[in-house]
Design a protein around this ligand. Structure first.
Ligand code: NAD
Length: 424
């Protein structure tokens, strides 16, 4: 069933877990649908003097457990349906790691590589202009996502201040340190992925030292996940990105790969060379005989078509939605353990939450402090998901959704009965 959309996958998993929980139909309908969806047209004065318009979106999926929280993506593939799926994932992700946020996501349909820096800045400020009343430290807190970074977050916090929102560091996360960013934000998601992988190995009685790992995607998530797994003694035998896939039986020195990508490789693995290494077809990274596979590139990579060929013992989902719903059953049938995205890649939003807490308290924590708190929170979440799966006799994905949905449902039900105006 290749070609299933991310929204189909997220909705199917939600329905499955909600049924297992015997969720009240009213509460199920309430928390299963986005609370608010906004689509806007953003005018941008281009450098050549022309006027261009772009479509922007923000889906505020749930505020049951706290302010909306979620990144803003700039990509040609952005549409309302994709943003809706990603917003729902944020709700379940924040709930499963038990941080006091709801879920949201935003995006602008554009090709950021085709825009100058000044055009990108005007586009970002235009988006904030259209959305601003709906953003705020206790309302909806944006963050970086695909093709957005610290610079874009700096423009957002500045634009909000310019627009009379007062100087409020806590209104955006993923900022540079100088504007109140948190130490450890860059490595957070990959660090969390590694923590989830090491936790899974231990729960399955497998000593992490010497275990083989393949990582698809060597960007912000994959490169840090590879580094932390390498540091823990695992052998990173394969890595890939959009340019190529590399294999080395003795394992790679991940710091050399990173050095290449951030230097001569200009962001890509292509051109990296070392003794004993060979290039393999890019699709083969998913079917290597390894202990741990980390898909950390794109959604919809493991499908009903290729799931049967996967040989990894454990899959740890660094990307959002890399496994289609139909593939899950096939993987389970082959005895493959899947640590789902909403737990495995939650490290980024966890450190975003730490950034927000530091901003609200006018504090700046040390790197050691951030990492210790991140490790503790991720380990607790992994323990809870594994224990729920054992108790309920279900997959880790269903268990993670059951935990998340029950927390959101409890909050929504409590608020519904105590806030009559929400009843209409
Ligand atoms: P990124 O752009 O930094 O890296 C993506 C990597 O995937 C790049 O190395 C790219 O070359 C590679 N890639 C693209 N197409 C590929 C293909 N067909 N085959 C192999 N590799 C390919 O993005 P990122 O921030 O690392 O995000 C990766 C995934 O993780 C996305 O699904 C994102 O939504 C998810 N995620 C990211 C964060 C975060 O904090 N950055 C947090 C949670 C989830």
């Amino acid at each position: 069933m290749a070609g299933t959309s991310l929204l189909d996958t997220v909705t199917s998993v939600f329905e499955q877990a909600a049924s297992k929980l015997n969720l009240d139909p009213g509460v199920r309908a309430l928390i299963g649908s986005p609370e608010r969806e906004i689509a806007v047209t953003i005018p941008v004065a281009m450098d050549d003097g022309g006027l261009a318009t772009f479509r922007g979106y923000r889906v505020q999926h749930s505020s049951a457990r706290g302010p909306y929280k979620g990144g803003i993506r700039y990509d040609t593939g952005v549409d309302l349906e994709e943003v809706r799926a990603l917003a729902a994932l944020m709700t379940w992700k924040c709930a499963v790691v038990d941080i006091p946020y709801g879920g949201a996501k935003g995006g602008i349909c554009c090709d950021p590589k085709a825009l100058s820096k000044r055009e990108l800045e005007r586009l970002t400020r235009g988006y904030v202009n259209m959305m601003d009343p709906l953003f705020g430290p206790q309302v909806d807190i944006p963050a970086p996502d695909v093709n957005t970074d610290e610079t874009v977050m700096s423009w957002i916090v500045d634009e909000r201040s310019e627009r009379g929102a007062l100087w409020s560091r806590a209104s955006v996360t993923g900022k540079p340190l100088v504007l109140g960013g948190s130490r450890g934000r860059r490595e957070a998601t990959g660090r969390g992925v590694a923590t989830a992988a090491l936790h899974a190995l231990r729960r399955l009685g497998m000593d992490p030292v010497g275990r083989t790992v393949a990582v698809q995607g060597f960007g912000k998530v994959g490169s840090w996940a590879a580094k932390f797994l390498h540091d823990a003694g695992c052998k990173v035998v394969a890595v890939s990105d959009v340019s190529c896939a590399l294999f080395r039986e003795e394992g790679f020195d991940v710091s050399l790969l990173t050095e290449h990508v951030s230097g001569a490789g200009a962001g890509l693995l292509q051109g990296y060379e070392c003794e004993g290494m060979c290039e393999i077809p890019r699709a083969d990274i998913l079917t290597l005989d390894v202990d741990v596979l980390v898909p950390a590139a794109l959604e919809g990579q493991i499908t009903a078509d290729n799931a049967g060929a996967v040989k990894a013992r454990i899959i740890v989902e660094g990307a959002n939605g890399p496994t289609e719903f139909a593939a899950d059953e096939i993987l389970a049938g082959h005895g493959i353990t899947v640590v789902p995205d909403i737990v495995a890649n939650a490290g980024g939003v966890v450190v975003s939450y730490f950034e927000w807490v530091q901003n609200l308290q006018c504090l700046q924590w040390s790197m050691d402090d951030v990492m210790a708190r991140l490790d503790a929170l991720m380990t607790k979440a992994c323990d809870e998901v594994w224990n729920t799966a054992a108790r309920e006799g279900c997959s880790l994905r269903t268990a993670a959704y059951m935990l998340a949905i029950s927390r959101v449902a409890e909050a929504a039900a409590a608020r519904f009965s105590s806030i009559p105006r929400r009843g209409g």
